[in-house]
Design a protein around this ligand. Structure first.
Ligand SMILES: Nc1ncnc2c1ncn2[C@@H]1O[C@H](COP(=O)(O)OP(=O)(O)OP(=O)(O)O)[C@@H](O)[C@H]1O
Ligand code: SF4
Ligand SMILES: [Mg+2]
Length: 471
């Protein structure tokens, strides 16, 4: 039974028999081999495993960021919100039987078709990458990068905010009285009941979740209204007409003049700038106004990682994938970024897939843990079981490899051997050359998925009847 079933919630993401291969000069590497994971809504699922076990490739497959020429999804499904994304992703690079320009033209055509099919999912799964320096664009200021993400993925949300705020400004008297008398939650409720759960309602929701006092929240809500430019009747009509077909295409960051927010004429871009500022405040950025107009090289590692987190949560994603987000940071900044991700999960109810090989970080973060080895999930279950009672010999090995600060040992433990070459995997269980419990059957047949209570494990030790016969 999966965790999602156990909790009675439908899984938000289902990976079934996912297989990802890379075509290298030395042969075909099976980076992900028949992966099965159900991710429950609102949980933090941790993925651990040694270097090269396929953690990042799994994340990149979900995000459709695999290098298209050298690798891809070979089979299996990635079901998100009821639709299987895997065939749409693969359709982009499966253009066969043509050469040269014709092939290129067909690829572009296929990519556009796939983009249309995926339009409804834009911004709903986002990712924080391991290295913020190589993930942020060095040529653009932070504001351009945030704006691009906000307007390309969710232009509709920005237009809604502008229209709603303009309606509220017509009732500014009511609103001012409320700001004096009611708390943030009540104000949010008033906006929701009068204008729906769209633009400004979500903005107040963001502000109300900041770690600041109630009076500071009210100042920010007031600023959020005051920064919005009054629309003329014609502008309002134009924006209302644009709303149903908003697709983020009109925004070109390189065409945008860099102006201070007060000088921005386009009300949607102006609103996007304000939202960018709020996002930086939400992620606890010191001096957010300055950061907004800085280039990535002008920021420290921790600040860049916070910009990455702001980018990732800009569109209020359903799923946030964090691939070793704190590896390059010092422990204090690491703690702040981890705390931020955890509060996004708890406060915004965002589902998080958290990848790391730091078991200490995993203990602090995950509700459930999946252990990957050579492209497979060999054990998955609640985090407390993982640390207290590991099932798979590989999981036990990983835990034994963590040095204990209160124990003096002559030699630190490490799992013998190396992660296998994914182009030439051993027959049977991929872990058998390194496993101290290996039996005959382990060298010939791959272990099936077995359920042990709430957990699933791939090891012959947990298959009924195998141990007695095979030892
Ligand atoms: N672009 C690529 N071309 C060829 N092989 C690749 C490529 N990307 C990944 N691989 C293969 O996939 C395997 C899994 O890589 P992946 O990046 O998922 O490892 P990981 O578990 O994230 O490791 P780490 O903890 O070091 O980040 C690698 O061993 C590598 O052989
Ligand atoms: S299946 Fe066999 S080799 Fe693989 S982990 Fe289990 S006991 Fe070890
Ligand atoms: Mg990785």
């Amino acid at each position: 039974m999966s965790n999602a079933e156990a909790q009675g919630t439908a899984p938000v993401l289902i990976l079934r028999d996912l297989q990802v291969d890379f075509f290298t000069a030395k042969g075909r590497a099976h980076a992900v081999r028949g992966l099965n994971i159900d991710v429950a809504k609102g949980e933090i699922l941790g993925i651990v495993g040694e270097s090269g076990s396929g953690k990042s490739v799994t994340a990149l497959s979900i995000m459709d960021l695999l290098p298209q020429r050298t690798g891809g999804i070979v089979s299996g499904s990635i079901v998100f919100d009821g639709s299987d994304l895997a065939p749409v992703y693969s359709s982009k690079y499966r253009v066969s039987g043509r050469k040269g320009r014709e092939k290129l033209r067909l690829r572009r055509f296929a990519a556009r078709r796939a983009e249309r099919k995926l339009a409804g999912h834009k911004g709903r799964i986002s990712m924080i990458f391991q290295d913020p320096m190589s993930s942020l664009d060095p040529l653009y200021q932070v504001d351009s990068q945030l704006l691009e993400s906000i307007l390309y993925n969710n232009e509709k949300f920005m237009i809604e905010r502008v229209i709603e705020k303009n309606s509220i400004m017509e009732r500014i008297g009511d609103f001012t009285i409320m700001l004096q008398q009611k708390n943030t939650e009540d104000i949010m409720e008033w906006v929701r009941s009068n204008y729906g759960e769209g633009g400004f309602h979500r903005e107040i929701f963001f502000i109300s979740n900041m770690s600041i006092s109630e009076s500071e929240k009210k100042i920010k809500i007031r600023r959020a209204l005051e920064y919005t430019r009054n629309l003329s009747p014609q502008e309002r009509k134009r924006l209302t007409e644009r709303l149903p077909k908003a697709n983020g295409r009109y925004f070109r960051p390189n065409n945008r003049k860099r102006l201070p927010i007060q000088g921005i004429g386009n009300p949607v871009i102006r609103e996007g700038m304000l939202f960018s500022l709020e996002l930086l405040e939400f992620v606890g950025m010191p001096n957010p106004e300055n950061v907004l107009t800085s280039y990535p090289h002008e920021l420290s590692g921790g600040m860049k990682q916070r910009v990455m987190v702001a980018l990732a949560v800009a569109n209020d994603p359903d799923i946030l994938i964090a691939d070793e987000p704190t590896t390059a940071l010092d422990v204090t900044t690491q703690y702040q970024v981890l705390y931020l991700i955890k509060s996004i999960n708890r406060k915004l109810k965002t589902t998080v897939i958290f990848i790391t090989h730091d078991l200490g970080v995993m203990a602090a973060m995950a509700d459930r843990i999946a252990v990957m080895y050579a492209g497979r999930v060999v054990e998955i279950g609640p985090a407390n079981h993982f640390f207290n009672d590991p099932l798979h010999p590989y999981t036990s090995g990983l835990l034994k490899s963590v040095p204990q600060y209160d124990e003096r040992v002559r030699k630190l433990y490490n799992i013998p051997g190396q992660v296998p070459d994914l182009r030439r995997l051993p027959t049977g269980c991929a872990f058998n050359p390194r496993c101290e419990h290996a039996m005959n059957i382990c060298r010939t047949e791959e272990p099936p998925d077995e359920s042990v209570g709430e957990r699933r494990v791939q090891c012959w030790l947990y298959s009924e009847g195998v141990q007695k016969n095979e030892r």
